[in-house]
Design a protein around this ligand. Structure first.
Ligand code: AOF
Ligand code: ZN
Length: 406
């Protein structure tokens, strides 16, 4: 288990660029490119988070930039634009460009980065990860070589943590592009013995404020946030990010086969409907037939888009939802609760990553709910798990393996 000293939300919030002309080592340059890439969180959708840093021929920092929005300039193009605006294009002479991802080769929604870069007398590109999509896959690097620009895959023996950070920037993108599915993450806040709620009480905070702030960062990172009916009934959540980018509302998704969450209170009293932004509300076909035309109309004006489940079991239904979200271009999906949803995700092998916030407490008694309450898997391993201290709580995160048995 590795220990992460600075949580990502702090790196995101306290992002500062060094003064131009500051000496910078290769490790520092790539770490800065990582932090620059994080600034695109919440806006790149199925694209990777990418950061780029220019270091001049005397190993001095010149400028940094990042891919800030899906469909807009890639990190490298944004960097070149910045250099132009600041009249710093001369600094490209014999310079090294650090990019968290290999430069692209294709003209897509934006021009090809390698073609843009090849026009300048750069010495070398150091990249953090390969882009294995067919259209890129080494082609950009070849193009740069043809123009006399060398390339190197970044590796560091001094900063092993950096390799994990670079992987984080592309994990949703690789899953979406290569495996053609959304990158499904589970977020659980529990006691040391895995309890996330009491079945007989209303919402109660288990983890501390610091963890809850981090959970909002996970919402910022996510394209879609999914909850089950009981979470809507018991917690009445808003499912918005209220710390980092308040104006950005992720797609909210409610899984409510029988409509018990929908009918649990007046629409005007559902906090999730306070922000008028699209919500996918999945229900069974029989439930849809029970919704009056007045309620249907009011729901739609409040942003609800009803969807009908396919499949019989919870697992089949969830798999169908994930497939639909994939088709809708939703790459990073956060399952926020509760136990039934998390268990279905584990049972159907849909969960790619787990974020477990553990508070130093134990709950016991007749009404405790364990977060894996309906899971039928025998075991689940987290690869390269990382622990981060968040005041008194510990966040344990890691990619799940696919080798659990039913
Ligand atoms: C880079 N730098 O900053 C990013 C890259 O549709 P487009 O034109 O925006 O292209 C998206 C693809 O470009 C994406 O699938 C991935 O292969 C690459 N992303 N590449 O060199 C960047 N965001
Ligand atoms: Zn590009």
């Amino acid at each position: 288990m590795n220990l992460r000293n600075i949580p990502f939300d702090e790196l995101y919030e306290n992002f500062l660029l060094p003064e131009k002309g500051t000496p910078i080592s290769p490790e520092e340059a790539m770490d800065l490119a990582f932090r620059a890439a994080l600034q695109g969180a919440g806006f790149v959708r199925s694209n990777p988070l990418v950061g780029a840093v220019l270091v001049n021929k005397n190993q001095r920092f010149v400028a940094a930039s990042w891919h800030s929005k899906f469909g807009e300039a890639h990190a490298e193009q944004a960097l070149l634009q910045k250099l132009k605006t600041k009249n710093l294009e001369d600094e490209l002479h014999s310079a090294t460009l650090y990019s968290t991802l290999e430069p692209c080769a294709h003209q897509g929604k934006t021009p090809s980065c390698s073609h843009l870069l090849a026009k300048y007398p750069l010495k070398k590109i150091v990249y953090g990860r390969c882009d294995n999509t067919k259209k890129v896959s080494g082609n950009g690097l070849k193009h740069l070589e043809l123009h006399g620009i060398k390339n190197e895959l970044f590796s560091s023996t001094k900063n092993l943590d950096l390799a994990d950070k670079l992987k984080f920037l592309t994990e949703h993108f690789e899953c979406y592009e290569e495996r053609r599915k959304p990158f499904v993450t589970i977020k659980v806040a529990s006691t040391l013995n895995g309890i996330y709620a009491h079945s007989d009480s209303k919402r109660e905070w288990i983890t501390g404020e610091r963890s809850r702030k981090y959970a909002h960062f996970l919402r910022l990172l996510s394209d879609a946030i999914v909850v089950g009916a009981r979470t809507i009934i018991q917690d009445n959540p808003s499912l918005t990010d209220r710390f980092f980018q308040k104006e950005r509302i992720p797609l909210r998704v409610v899984l409510d086969p029988t409509g018990e969450a929908l009918f649990s209170r007046k629409l005007s009293e559902h906090f999730i409907l306070k922000e008028k932004s699209k919500i996918f509300w999945w229900i069974n076909l029989e439930t849809r037939n029970k919704i009056s035309s007045t309620l249907m109309k009011e729901s739609e004006t409040r942003g609800i888009c009803f969807k009908v489940f396919e499949g019989n079991t919870k697992e089949e239904k969830l798999a169908h939802v994930c497939q639909e979200l994939y088709t809708e271009g939703q790459a990073r999906i956060l399952l926020e609760g509760g136990g039934s949803l998390w268990s279905s995700a584990l049972n159907s092998k849909l969960c790619e990553k787990l974020y477990l916030f553990q508070a130093p407490k134990i709950f016991s008694g007749d009404h405790i709910m364990h977060w894996t309450k309906d899971a039928k898997i025998q075991y689940l391993n987290l690869e390269n798990s990382i622990s981060t201290l968040l005041d008194k709580d510990t966040l344990i995160e890691g990619l799940t393996d696919e080798h659990h048995t039913l």
